[in-house]
Design a protein around this ligand. Sequence first.
Ligand SMILES: [Zn+2]
Length: 430
Amino acid sequence: MFKRLSSIAVVSLSLIASSALAQPETLSEQELRLISWVDKNQDQILTELKSHVEINTGTANIEGLNLYRDLLSADLAALGFSTETHSSSDIKVLSCKGGSIQIADHLVAKRSGSAKNRVLMNGHMDTVFSKDDEFQTLNIADDGVLKGPGVADMKGGIVIMINALRALHAQGLLDDTNLTVLFNSDEEIGSLGSRQLIEELARQHDIGLVFEGSYNNLATRARKGLGQVRLRVTGRESHAGGAHEEGVSATLELAHKVIEIEKLTDYSRKVTVNTGVLSGGEKRNTVPGCADAYIDMRFPSLEAGQQLEQSVKRIAAAKPVVKNAKYPDLPIVESWAVLHRPVKPENAKVDEIIAQAMALSALIGEPIVGTRYSGGGTDGSIAQGVGLPTMDSLGMDGKGAHSSREESTVQSLIARTKLAAVMLARQLHQ
Ligand SMILES: [Zn+2]
């Protein structure tokens, strides 16, 4: 508890809002009409969220993601967008099992006009819940609590985006705008396939809005960078009883490597390493011939990230501890590492958008009450990494993401849809 509180820096509303003195504090007639469109369509928005949550879109569920993408594509086409799909090549996996990860196609929808400000809206279609997970439906409680897989992360954000766009469309406010919507399908594995596409689009726009959820109604102001590492150790299988001395234990060697890598965690420098997945061998009575690990890295600066990556590679390449004179070439240690999400530092333009969101949400409902520094990354980190100022917590406020406790509320869904509509109208017509 203490740890969590200490990692959240709450900035007072007045402090951050002071940078947005230029923003009008009242809502125009047109903005009130956007809000009343959302009020009138509340039931349909909630029904839509339920149907989105109940299409399983675990990252590996290509069929589910294809179905979901087609539905979103039709929704955007109905709003006058031209739509196209983009494919990613499979990601080769360094593990004992080998193989590769297939990635479903991403969706890009565009409207172009003469408006000056070019806006990129981004959401991810995939969730962490696989097709065979027990958590598959949206439960709507009488008090408005919503429990469901990906409800805040981030089917809710997508429903907010679509309905904010519908509200604008109903008033002709999408006409002559420069707006791109990107729905990618691999965010939950670190956007390993869509990164290039995100970067390409980010370079063509002036402002980025990402509809990931918020936590405790705090907007995320800055984020750590993220990296991932895979290790595979190849040893020599042998009977654990009859021929122990003929074996080279891959598991034992990997254990030594993992202990060294875990020592790189340094809370004082905000650098952490986590061996999230570790496995080796197949049978109790066999010296294991293969072992693998999948490791997460978090860091506060590019330099710290590069240092971490180099240290991990150095440890992987160091002389093995496990030896067998009969097999001097074993064990073999292979490593793969990538810094997949850049650090997202504070940014004056983003602070301005956050201040606008705080001021407007105070008028609209479910106010965003402050900001936080997060250890987690989003696609907003990738977009901002190539220079696009991006606010990335405009979706539903929620908790328990990536677990069967994931929840949000109807109130948040409706209030954030109104906020998105008003903010989008302001950004598009600047
Ligand atoms: Zn997410």
